[in-house]
Design a protein around this ligand. Structure first.
Ligand code: DGT
Ligand code: CA
Ligand code: CA
Ligand code: ZN
Length: 591
């Protein structure tokens, strides 16, 4: 059992206990333990196997350690069953809605009998929610919107979650003989920010299909088997993630990989183009269409086989360069591959620095030095220390006074740290009127200024757009961070005219951030590509709040690749010298 599955169960238990009205200290204890587990680099299951005592972990007491052990050994939790006998489990799902915490769920349940999202929707329609004490029209409207959001994303997993959930299954299958190739195709291979289900593709030595399928359906985390044929199977894991498996013969490997990687739009465009060339491409191979048959689905006889053992070969026969999976969305990549003008996509090792991160000076968990050391280990030449400005109430931000102290500390650290440059920076809040939440004197003293919206996110589109553009106009503004404020599967982007903002970025020479946190990936691939078209520089930053999170850079790079970015489009591929001169771009143009 994976740590994130355990966290899911403990989180559900904590939510139900809170709805039930249990002792707040117990509930807090669960939440603290969850935080500990989220920060672990090893798996709990592995720790137990190694005989480690889980109560040595911070915030993990005897009870919770017992729960974890029970979960790992039985797959279930009796405490959860007990609580669920009193509080319907569907209520934990309601807590996930933005604007609905356990207290509100309790009220909805006790006073309106609401236990599911559907029932909540009905109650809203019937205006029964507005009249509840503590709700009101504004709150009802917010809940209505979060139900809409919830419906859109239900069942989709973050790419980072899917990675963690699928790895043990890949390891489990990898141990078997007779498996030549194993690859996760579909949206996972295209590195989409979220994935619906996982499409596993296996290439089997003839005769070993059955053993592979058998091992697949008997994977310990399988909750239920949807289907299990000879070459096709599907299961749902305990996490709710559905996994399909296809077993294909060697000679079809490339064609099948092409087909099941999709996207559907890419495949359809490829097939249509092939038909014009008198070719036929499907999951079995590439064929010369038999004369007089242009209806591609009409026969078992596909025609003369031309190839399809490898993906490159399939593309080559179609007269195309191999197209990286991240580009396969039918957004012009086929035409580019035909002309030999596919972009040379940016890669993780092109990245020379990370330009958004937090330390204990605001809401980060580590010191500046710890963050810097990790950045140096990652091979970077520079970083920007971007603690929050004070506006954000939840966070103790850096005031003007503290900023000067922080600069002194940076200077000290810089003095003993070779091989990496620490830039003085700050993530400065964009206030309601578009002004910046920091004294001019401090802004002047920063090496670079990152600006972003964290409050009043429900402004109307024109006002929000004006607000952001006004902030970008500030002569010290360098980077607009997480421009739309979205949290994948949790919060929709706020209303913003991204097109207008990107035009403003071009005009004021402000870079836009692609936030690499797998929960944000803000900007989207489409917006990133638009930035490139408009000549706006993109910065890929992790927004790390602890050293380990600096490793999320790869998710940002993948999203950038989906947006067709090349190294030259990305600001933090610059050498430290080039980056310094970019920072001085405005004074130079005045000279
Ligand atoms: P997802 O799972 O919603 O994140 O997105 P995908 O792209 O993984 O889609 P999925 O799982 O429905 O199908 C996996 C791949 O199989 C898809 O990318 C292309 C291929 N595929 C599925 N259905 C069709 C279809 O009707 N026509 C064609 N050409 N390909 C299909
Ligand atoms: Ca899929
Ligand atoms: Ca699928
Ligand atoms: Zn931020």
């Amino acid at each position: 059992m994976e740590n994130i599955e355990i966290v899911g169960v403990l989180g559900e238990l904590a939510d139900l206990l809170e709805i039930k009205g249990s002792n707040p200290f117990r509930i807090r204890a669960y939440r603290n333990a969850i935080q500990t587990i989220n920060g672990l680099t090893q798996s709990l299951e592995g720790m137990i196997e190694d005989g480690e005592d889980l109560t040595d972990l911070p915030a993990v007491g005897k009870d919770i350690a017992g729960h974890i052990e029970e979960l790992i050994s039985t797959g279930g939790l009796s405490r959860l069953e007990e609580v669920a006998a009193e509080v319907p489990r569907t209520l934990a799902e309601l807590v996930k809605l933005d604007g609905v915490g356990p207290k509100k769920v309790k009220k909805l349940w006790n006073e309106l009998g609401v236990t599911t999202v559907d029932q909540l929707e009905e109650a809203l329609e019937a205006d029964r929610v507005v009249s509840l004490e503590g709700f009101g029209a504004k709150s009802a409207e917010k809940i209505r919107r979060s139900i809409e959001d919830y419906r859109k994303q239900v069942g989709r997993f973050l790419l980072s979650e899917a990675e963690v959930l699928i790895q043990p299954l890949l390891d489990h299958l990898g141990e078997i003989d007779g498996l030549d190739e194993l690859e996760v195709a579909g949206s996972f291979r295209r590195r989409r920010e979220t994935v619906g289900d996982l499409d596993l593709l296996a290439c089997a030595v003839e005769g070993s299909e059955e053993a592979i399928m058998d091992r697949f359906v008997n994977f310990p985390s399988v909750d239920r088997v949807v289907s299990a044929g000879v070459t096709k199977g599907a299961v749902v894991l305990r996490s709710g993630l559905e996994v399909d498996l296809r077993i294909v013969p060697r000679e079809s490997w490339g064609a099948a990989l092409l087909y099941f990687t999709g996207s559907k739009e890419h495949s359809v465009a490829l097939r249509t183009r092939a038909v014009r060339q008198g070719l036929r491409v499907n999951e079995w191979g590439v064929f010369r269409a038999p004369d007089g048959q242009d209806d591609e689905e009409s026969t078992d006889d596909f025609g003369e086989r031309l190839g399809g053992t490898e993906e490159e070969e399939a593309y080559r026969i179609l007269g195309l360069e191999w197209i990286p999976p991240v580009l396969r969305e039918n957004r012009g990549e086929i035409e580019a591959a035909e002309k030999g003008s596919l972009p040379s996509l940016v890669r993780l090792d092109d990245i020379r620095g990370d330009l958004q991160m937090h330390s204990m000076w605001s809401d980060g968990k580590a010191s500046i030095e710890e963050m810097a050391l990790r950045c140096r280990e990652l091979g970077y030449d520079y970083l920007a220390m971007t603690d929050h400005s004070p506006n954000l109430a939840m966070v103790q931000g850096v005031t003007a006074e503290k900023a000067k102290l922080q600069w002194r500390e940076i200077e000290k650290i810089q003095g003993r740290l070779e091989g990496i440059t620490v830039f003085r920076s700050m993530e400065v809040d964009i206030l309601k009127d578009g002004s910046l939440d920091m004294e001019e004197e401090i802004l002047e003293g920063l090496d670079l200024v990152v600006i972003s919206v964290h409050t009043l996110m429900d402004m109307a589109k024109t006002e929000m757009t004006d607000r952001v553009i006004e902030a970008m106009r500030h002569p010290r503004a360098d980077i607009l961070a997480h421009p739309t404020g979205r949290l994948l599967n949790r919060r929709e982007p706020f209303a913003l005219d991204v097109e207008a903002v990107l035009h403003a970025a071009a005009e004021f020479d402000v870079a836009v951030e692609l936030n690499a946190s797998p929960r944000r990936l803000d900007l989207s691939d489409v917006h990133v590509r638009r930035a490139k078209e408009l000549g706006v520089k993109v910065v890929i930053s992790t927004d790390a709040h602890e050293p380990r999170a600096l490793g999320s850079m790869r998710f940002g790079v993948e999203q950038a690749r989906r947006g067709w970015l090349e190294p030259g489009d990305v600001l933090n591929t610059m050498s430290v010298e080039a980056f310094r001169s970019w920072l001085g771009r405005r004074s130079e143009s005045q000279a």
